[in-house]
Design a protein. Structure first.
Length: 282
């Protein structure tokens, strides 16, 4: 069953709908993308089911990729005057790829930002290798301790928000004061435990259909991510670019999985150029 999603809007004009990831994180963790808004572009930051101001499904298992995709398609039909541009970060990229595949009439173009092409053991091993390589950085060492202390248990929703923030150093380049301010905002945002548990236990271990969805997309695709991303790095970008009919790929130097926070100017520039029909600088 689809749910009526809330959203946060910036600017006016051609609509770019941004679907956050997590899943379960508060949507404002990607509010750096509001810089794309202006007099000729409306940026809509979507609040997926169970996050931000959107309703939570009664069923704690109602967090399948298709559930999210159906919600997004319903929002476009209700709120947009014709096809829209879509941007998805991380899990959000998995969702927008599904929408582009199943509902092509609703989509003008797609940006896959830090989007995984696969999950399972291979993805875990790659991420852990990068984490071990950064264990000498104090912030990363603390993040690894946080993960070890947490184990397999899930905290409260407020606790999950704080845990995610503590793990942030593993998802960005070395921390800066600007990143610490963003990290503090993330720590104050509750996260949906049901959504993250469903993804970790039921979606990620068998995540392999994203390239197939991308291959079905009939619209232009921008594949964008950070070179230091342990979860959706260069190998993922290359696979998604190769799968698409009409794609360009851009790798952002010295940026991790949260590249919109690491390198907001580079992300905004690449997306804006793509939206304007230009070729982003690789």
């Amino acid at each position: 069953m689809t749910l009526p999603l809330a959203d946060t809007r910036y600017g006016a004009g051609r609509t770019l709908v941004c679907h956050p990831g997590g899943p379960g994180m508060h949507p404002h963790y990607i509010d750096q993308l509001a810089a794309l808004a202006g007099d000729d572009r409306r940026v809509v930051l979507l609040h997926p089911r169970g996050t931000g101001n959107s309703p939570r499904p009664a069923d704690p298992l109602a967090y399948a990729v298709q559930d999210y995709a159906d919600d997004l398609a319903h929002w476009i039909r209700r709120e947009a005057d014709g096809p829209v541009d879509l941007l998805g970060h991380s899990h959000g990229g998995v969702v927008v790829a599904r929408v582009a595949a199943r509902y092509p009439e609703l989509v003008r173009s797609v940006v896959l930002l830090a989007t995984p092409a696969y999950g399972g053991d291979r993805a875990v091993q790659e991420a852990q290798a990068l984490q071990r390589a950064r264990a000498g950085e104090p912030d990363c060492a603390d993040a690894l301790r946080a993960l070890e202390e947490q184990g397999d248990d899930y905290p409260s929703e407020e606790g999950l928000g704080r845990l995610i923030a503590r793990v942030v150093p593993l998802w960005v380049a070395p921390m800066t004061e600007r990143l610490r301010r963003w990290q503090a905002r993330v720590a104050a945002q509750p996260a949906n435990v049901d959504a993250l548990r469903y993804f970790n236990e039921r979606v990620f271990p068998v995540l392999d259909g994203v390239p197939a969805d991308v291959a079905e997309a009939r619209c232009p695709v921008l594949v964008l991510g950070g070179e230091l991303d342990g979860w959706a790095g260069p190998d993922h970008l290359a696979m998604l670019e190769k799968s698409a009919r009409d794609a360009v790929s851009v790798t952002i130097p010295d940026s991790g999985h949260m590249c919109q926070a690491d390198s907001p100017e580079a992300v905004v520039t690449a997306v804006a150029e793509f939206m304007d029909g230009l070729s982003p600088q690789r």
